[in-house]
Write a protein that binds this ligand. Sequence first.
Ligand code: DGY
Length: 328
Amino acid sequence: MTQAKILVARAVFPEVIASLQAHFEVTSNQDDVVWTKAQLIEQLQGKDGALTTGSERIDADVLAACPQLKIAANMAVGYNNFDLVAMSHHGVQGTNTPDVLTDTTADFGFALMMATARRMTESEHFLRRGEWTKWRYDMFMGSDIHGATLGILGMGRIGQGIAQRGAHGFGMKVIYHNRSRLDPAAEARCQATYVSKEDLLKRADHLVLVLPYSAESHHSIGAAELAQMKPTATLVNIARGGIVDDAALAAALKARTIAAAGLDVFEGEPQVHPDLLTLPNVVLTPHIASASGPTRLAMAKLAADNLVAFFKQNAVLTPVNSVVSAIK
Ligand code: DGY
């Protein structure tokens, strides 16, 4: 039987490439070139499966040009780079990497919230510039985490992880808004109270965004929403660029209608809105919320395991659409 042909679309752990090579004919991109759509199509020609990341968009054009493709295994929990309607239409299976990154990402969301509230990068830059000449009572005063109201927009696994850290570790009052309300047991576990989006915006001292990106969630936080937040509030986005209107956020931070923001994801990343780069009251990180060594390895292994399960057992571990029995 001929081996399935797999494209690994970005650089990944060498041991994961080796594990794929035990089963498949593998073409990999260890030089980590970020391909244009035309280059991706060229590389995908004749490939049966692909290990993708958020930078490879699998859409109708790609699918039409690569009819042999049967599965795209994303090394990410988010899969807004997949056009799921088109993939299902073409009988292409999509998979993601949930669970393995929940705690690492929740840890990071919490860290970014703390760094933002306590002005850690702003004060570090001040120190590095050699401007620290004396202690002063009001130097880099921020806001407290303990006892504050933590607002969470999007209460999936990562949102619940952040809620539990806030409620149990820091005595925070947790409020959340989500498309659907959690069941009572999950609400009790998170000590979280369901509120309307309007209430969330008005009451949160620290608002963390953890919702998936879609056409519906595009600019969920724009000028109108920012205007409803407390002037002392902080906003953290570890979800996806595009959920926040970055231009409106930069304007709010500049006018200090909210106190500060912590951003790990950006509209049009790796480009960052130029105003955000000049503002002192924003902590910026380059989409690293899931980037602990063990977690990134677990994500890559899960993506690879999905490819193996698909071609060897006609099953996948973590599907995001339901075409698995339709091996072409
Ligand atoms: C995810 O898993 O969705 C992270 O954002 C990494 O892309």
